[in-house]
Design a protein around this ligand. Structure first.
Ligand code: C5P
Length: 218
């Protein structure tokens, strides 16, 4: 319980992943990319022919996920699913299964298990509100929808996926709406979160800001 956790929550494509990795690297901490757990659940459900709306079966799938993280890659059973997880369709599937309370409950303990010495940087939607409510530092990262769509576009193209800006902006707004309005752990800043809008901020500047807040908490 004394192991420090730093939470970075925010909407899709706000830059949480990069910020989390960089901050964790600087502090020598572990990383929890919680979105990957929801994405892996959506991917595994689809592979098993289970509809993303079938709460009981998707939850039981989530409980028995054989996920491993190693060398920056993510494996389901023995299959490297790192790239497949990033597909836009799997992001939408993740958002669909993440709205189901039984699925969130099924993944709760798995997320807690990432908290190991010397510390953890956790990235998601509800790290500060639901999973690590007592964390000493919570950051809520935002950026304009246009900036986020642009980043997602570049990310997808660089991974060899095809993408179009208009479609991405539409998907992103649909996903934000779904994440914010669901009844189970909606996307909202924790009351004690520091808000960081990085629309016009470099990644380095964002990293420095978070490390500065972290230093103030020590
Ligand atoms: O962060 P990422 O885009 O990988 O997350 C995919 C989806 O998983 C999000 O749209 C959200 O619906 C869900 N999610 C969540 N809670 C988290 C992390 C992700 O509901 N802690």
């Amino acid at each position: 319980e004394d192991i420090p956790v730093l939470c970075i929550d925010g909407p899709t494509a706000s830059g949480k992943g990069t910020l989390t990795e960089r901050v964790a690297e600087r502090l020598g901490y572990h990383v929890l990319e919680s979105g990957a757990l929801y994405r892996a659940t959506a991917l595994a459900a689809r592979a098993a022919g289970i509809a993303w709306t079938d709460e009981a079966r998707v939850a039981s799938m989530a409980r028995s996920l054989a996920l491993h993280f190693s060398g920056g890659r993510c494996y389901l059973e023995d299959e490297d699913i790192t790239d497949a997880l990033r597909a836009e369709e799997i992001g939408l599937g993740a958002s669909a299964v993440a709205a189901l309370p039984a699925v969130r409950a099924a993944l709760h303990e798995l997320q807690l298990s990432f908290r190991r010495v010397p510390g953890l940087v956790a990235d998601g939607r509800d790290m500060g509100t639901a999973i690590f409510p007592a964390a000493p530092l919570k950051v809520f990262l935002t950026a304009s929808a246009e900036k986020r769509a642009e980043r997602r576009y570049k990310q997808l193209i660089s991974k060899g996926f095809s993408a179009n800006m208009e479609g991405l902006l539409r998907d992103l707004e649909a996903r934000d709406l779904q994440d914010k309005t669901r009844s189970s752990s909606p996307l909202v800043p924790a009351q004690d979160a520091f808000l960081l809008d990085n629309s016009d901020l470099s990644i380095d500047a964002s990293v420095e800001q978070v490390l500065q807040w972290w230093a103030q908490k020590q």
